[in-house]
Write a protein that binds this ligand. Sequence first.
Ligand code: 5GP
Length: 173
Amino acid sequence: MTITEFISQRELAARIAAMGAEIRRDAGSDTPIHLVCVLKGAFMFLADLIREIGGDVTCDFIVVRSYAGTSTTGQVQMIKDLGHPIDDRYVVIVEDIVDTGLTLAHLQEVFHTRRPSHLKTVCLLSKPSRRKVEVPVDYVGFTIENKFVVGYGLDYGEQFRNLPYIGVVEGMA
Ligand code: 5GP
């Protein structure tokens, strides 16, 4: 199995800086922004993104499981829920990648019922050709083809999260 670099550290940093600025601009300079990071895959993205959003920003973490190996199970399980309420808050869901859209659609549905003042979504990567459900995503880092990617927080069997770039797995079993 080999990993080929697909999106470099430099490209990630530039795009994330632009997204952070856009999120702050859209929210308004005085609005407290509450980021909800979807673990595990989005931890590295959250760490970089939060430093690119100036002003008042807080974060919380949820853990979902929706994937086994490289094919979706279609099941979304919330293993760890939010630690703080989100009612009346300007919430931005931070996702690593939107593939079929099932995970995000489920999270948006659950969070809408908790009545945030705003519910936005940012994802680092999107694979539109794989969508099974239409799901709104306000900020997309990179739109990619149907490739299985790893690195920068994303895993294959829990490996490769530590790569500082996004890579494509070649010769996968
Ligand atoms: P969805 O519910 O949109 O099908 O899948 C979302 C989750 O599947 C992502 O948060 C991510 O954990 C996982 N996933 C989807 N595509 C990929 C991929 O190319 N590589 C990795 N490592 N995980 C993926």
